[in-house]
Design a protein around this ligand. Sequence first.
Ligand code: ADP
Ligand code: ASP
Ligand code: MG
Length: 452
Amino acid sequence: MRPVVAKFGGTSLADAAQILKSRDIIRADERRKFVVVSAPGKRTDADQKITDLLYLCHEHARRRLPFEEVFKVVRERYLGIVQELGLKVDLREQLEEGRARIAEIGAAGGAPDYAASRGEAWNGPIVAELLGYPCVDAAEIIFFDEQGRLDAQRTYATCGERLGVLGHAVIPGFYGAMPNGAVKTFSRGGSDVTGAIVARAVLAETYENWTDVPGMLITDPRVVPGAYTIEVVTYQELRELAYSGAKVLHEEAVFPVREAGIPVNVRNTNDPRHDGTLVVPEGHPKAKVGFDITGIAGRKGFSVILIDKAMMNGEIGFARRVLSVLEQNGVSLEHMPTGIDTLSLVVEAKGLEGKAEKVLREIEIAVQADKVQLQGELALIAVVGRGISRHPRSAATVFRALLDAGIHVRMIDQGSSQLNIIVGVDGARFEDAVRAIYRVFVHDDERPAPVA
Ligand code: ADP
Ligand code: ASP
Ligand code: MG
């Protein structure tokens, strides 16, 4: 019997009551042998995530400011959960050791990874005692190389062997160890990645990702309340959606499971009877065939650098010179739509912070442009679906929806993967645009009929 790996997110473990729901889910299926836990998340919209508080502690320590007030909230949250669940585990020593180490690392100007990782590290023993499973420190089984990339070979070998011997275990998500033993975290939301790595290492039958929504929804429920669940999605579609902004699953969580063809099942801890979303390989019998829209995702916070130069198309090496300016300034490029005498660079606004003027000036000099200017905030919206960029009516449907809503399309990119159409709209119209596209695809008769 192949095991199931079940990862529980922050809201699923936010307090004693949620942790008990998670325990009941694990107990309901004996295949759920490996459990990956996040740090306690928000109990209400106004609440604080433990991870955010720990980053705050580190920031205080870095500035050599006292952080006891913030740490007290963290400490009380854990001790409160232990007490409410009536557990024996004594976290006091670990908490104090952690507090001292955060102060030490911060004062030495170190990275926030250790502080941030404690959210998961302290939650592991709680869930482990409740289940009667051993807790395995992620720093002993998940490894990064000198460049900070996952050392896949060492990780899968160690993780597979250690967990295989134990037969069942709780593993804190979000972090691993550098070659020198220092703790390193994945990017935010990274417990999803740990879950995928563990699933790949133990060759799980399924990787279950338990969260606070009934699966991957067609679009962000905070933008379209009550958006439908996507029943089945392929790894590639999921990757496109996650990368484009559907952060229900970390974009990097796809790779380890895809490699081994392990299906992912995104489910709701608060509604365990709902089947959620199944993520399967391309060509799987349950994967959709023909054209249909899978989901709509998007992100705000992009900037556009518009470069004008008469006859630029005839200049060999023009784009290369522009791109090398971005490279030298450490700015990564998202899209590069071109005209005859114009070229636009779509980049994350964050990446230009504090250096926009310098980058613009350097581009102007590098290509002797007639004009280089920065345009207002852009949001990118990806409409993802199998064959979508080939379907003659799908692009028309997106544009009609935006036109009817009075939204100007500032950029278009029909993805080379044929899985998406990307449109750029003013940041201020992002939510309106997502709603308009959702409406036309999900509710209207305008929706292109699926074809076999
Ligand atoms: P967890 O703490 O369980 O990892 P996250 O907060 O990371 O959960 O991810 C779940 C959240 O992702 C949902 O509560 C929802 O607000 C948000 N979200 C954004 N886009 C989508 C989408 N397309 N489908 C489902 N949830 C989405
Ligand atoms: N606790 C971490 C975060 O808040 C990792 C995770 O929840 O997946 O980003
Ligand atoms: Mg998450």
